[in-house]
Design a binder for this molecule. Structure first.
Ligand SMILES: [Zn+2]
Length: 278
């Protein structure tokens, strides 16, 4: 009992110090035409092309200076953002959509299942209240649909559960003679308070998560990314690029990808088993 208490106390500062959503973070190239321009805790990705750029995740209105500075620091124009995509319709990834659309005129594409939540500013989402500025959705995406702009091409993979339209983005990037498969995970997480059993607001939630784990396990992945840098150990990987020129790109991490999916699936199964017992 005492040991358990000590462990909880030791873990507490880490738990409470996790709010790094508003901290700036150095923008950086991940590989090829794919860049990180988000805050420390909220991932935003920039995919560049000769016809303009694609941005994944707006985060909050207050995150805009970090994202815009990141794009400009890397030598691109924020106004050249033509398409705004989304990991999933929770406020920490889409609340700033309307503002970015207004500033850049970007077209907003959202996966079927999340489109009404984005368009209404948060209404109809499971578990959380409406809380942000509504944003017109220019295109509702279907599972497997491709998004192209110039030479940039991404595929929208529906990975539901965390939200109904939770989207994992895949793309290929070229670096030198190599081509890498990139997976940007939408979210495999069962959030605190999620009801997997007897959920009247989202009856198919448990099956959706199960389907998502099957899909994620089957995706070819060299470069593993996600809606939060914490999914893929961003800080540690980025640090390796700062200290020198590593022989291999540290963001190439297929084993880490599978470890992460397996870990999240175990967490899901644990919650499911506990809730089934109740
Ligand atoms: Zn979320």
């Amino acid at each position: 009992m005492l040991l358990k208490l000590l462990l909880i106390l030791a873990a507490a500062p880490i738990l409470f110090a996790q709010n790094d959503w508003d901290d700036p973070y150095p923008p950086h190239r991940i590989a090829g035409n794919l860049y990180y321009v988000g805050s420390k805790g909220l991932s935003t990705y920039l995919i560049t092309s000769s016809k303009g750029h694609i941005l994944i995740n707006s985060s909050f209105d207050r995150t805009l200076p970090i994202i815009r500075n990141g794009v400009e620091k890397l030598g691109f124009k924020f106004n050249d953002v033509k398409i705004l995509l989304t990991s999933h319709a929770h406020s920490d990834h889409v609340a700033g959509n309307a503002q970015i659309k207004e500033l850049t005129g970007a077209a907003v594409y959202v996966m079927q299942g999340d489109e009404k939540v984005v368009a209404s500013g948060g209404q109809g989402q499971y578990r959380y209240p409406a809380s942000w500025k509504p944003c017109k959705v220019d295109k509702v995406l279907k599972d497997g649909e491709k998004v192209t702009l110039g030479e940039a091409e991404l595929t929208a993979v529906l990975t539901p559960g965390h939200t109904r339209g939770c989207t994992t983005w895949t793309m290929k990037v070229k670096e030198g003679a190599k081509t890498y498969d990139v997976v940007i995970i939408g979210s495999p997480n069962v959030n605190p308070g999620y009801q997997l059993v007897g959920n009247t607001a989202y009856p198919e939630i448990a099956d959706d998560f199960a389907k998502t784990f099957r899909i994620l396990k089957g995706l070819p992945c060299d470069i593993f990314l996600g809606a939060h840098g914490s999914y893929y150990g961003m800080e540690g990987k980025f640090a390796l690029t700062v200290v020198g020129t590593p022989k291999t790109n540290p963001f190439v991490d297929p084993a880490g990808y599978h470890r992460y999916i397996d870990d999240r699936e175990r967490a899901y199964k644990k919650v499911l088993a506990e809730q089934k017992k109740q």
